[in-house]
Design a binder for this molecule. Structure first.
Ligand SMILES: C[S@@+](CC[C@H](N)C(=O)[O-])C[C@H]1O[C@@H](n2cnc3c(N)ncnc32)[C@H](O)[C@@H]1O
Length: 270
């Protein structure tokens, strides 16, 4: 199975539509993270596993005309949309088809990864490549999931089943849907210092936010069935139940807990 086929979430244009919803929801917390970690004007930035390029565009605005932004992803269809959107916004972003498990081969001042490491068989390899490519003092900025952090009130068996299926599907394909709390130790092992952490767990009663759960369940449905984790009938019922709960204002439901972690490459990293 190639890395692209191993990815548990449906890619291409429907994958890009899910990322549009995800970005609308997470833009405020991602912006606060980028403010805090710092993206200096003129910086050379990489958005690794950039998907539709939503954060790459934010990085390009922050780095300004003297900066440079590269977005790398395995999914050509998402990159094609990202190129058009960057062009329409008048932003010069270079999108490349590539695997983050390959060496980067050029220097950066800022490397950002959102919801990428949880899908990788060897996240430490991606961080080693980032450490190699960052200039001394450069920033690594990570956001990733801790799926065990979902909650709802009243308790929802459908939400618990979705969390279990997502976690098992990602694990079966070599990833870790609970990687979030491991990010600081992964960064320390890769030689980074000045490691900082913040945790975000969004929850709401309205469907604008809660819809991400059924939409994600739909996006992993093919993988769940292909991997033999649940029969197609159960998956269909589960998606219906999650939509019903998303539209029910009497239910408080969270999304995944997200761990944000940022650090610096020391001057003397070998
Ligand atoms: C959950 S999406 C997140 C996209 C984007 N970072 C965001 O937050 O909007 C994960 C992305 O990582 C990409 N991906 C998965 N494995 C990859 C790899 N080994 N190298 C590069 N991209 C990868 C997928 O194609 C997908 O677009």
């Amino acid at each position: 199975m190639s890395d692209f086929d191993r990815y548990a979430i449906k890619g291409g244009l429907s994958g890009r539509a899910r990322l549009t919803l995800l970005t609308r929801i997470f833009t405020p917390s991602t912006s606060r993270l980028l403010d805090e970690a710092g993206v200096p004007p003129g910086a050379a930035c990489l958005d690794a596993g950039c998907g539709g390029g939503d954060v790459a565009r934010d990085l390009a605005v922050r780095a300004g005309p003297g900066g440079r932004v590269v977005g790398i992803d395995l999914d050509r269809a998402k990159l094609a949309v990202a190129r058009k959107e960057a062009e329409a916004a008048g932003l010069a972003i270079e999108y490349r088809t590539g695997d983050i498990l390959d060496p980067l081969g050029e220097p950066f001042d800022v490397i950002y990864m959102r919801f990428l490491l949880s899908h990788l068989r060897t996240p430490a390899t991606a961080l080693a490549h980032a450490a190699e490519a960052l200039r001394p003092g450069g920033a690594i900025i990570l956001e990733d999931v801790d799926f065990s952090g979902h909650f709802s009130y009243p308790d929802s068996p459908a939400l618990r089943r979705y969390v279990d299926l997502y976690t098992a599907t990602v694990a079966g394909r070599g990833g870790d849907a609970n990687i979030g709390p491991r990010l600081p130790s992964l960064l320390a092992a890769a030689g980074f210092n000045d490691i900082r952490v913040n945790v975000v767990c969004l929850a709401a009663t309205d469907d604008k936010l809660k819809l991400l759960n059924p939409v994600t369940m739909e996006a992993i449905a093919d993988a769940v069935v292909a991997d033999g984790l649940a029969p197609v009938d159960e998956v269909r019922r589960l998606i219906d139940d999650l939509y019903e709960e998303a539209h029910d204002p009497g239910t408080l439901t969270s999304l995944t807990r997200v761990v944000q972690c940022w650090a610096r490459r020391p001057d003397d990293l070998i």
